[in-house]
Design a protein around this ligand. Sequence first.
Ligand SMILES: [Zn+2]
Length: 88
Amino acid sequence: MPINLREKKPGQRACDVKDEKGKLCLGHLKRWYTPDEAVAKELGPKAVVYRCERCHTLYRAAPTDDSTAGERFELRPVNILGAFVRKK
Ligand SMILES: [Zn+2]
């Protein structure tokens, strides 16, 4: 199943998916710490993935995106790798 993945623009905090009527979703993009296996396989276990809290569209951070650099996400004890090490 192909993964519907959008690229999060630098600094983007809101979902820009449009519905059938052309209305923007504008849901808040939240860091997704527990990507499912398909996503982790596609992007690699260290991928930074965001998910819209309204429509659940997935976003990959653009390489130049440092908008969350001040939030210390990288120091959180959530280990995406660990989840996969266990399954091997
Ligand atoms: Zn959305």
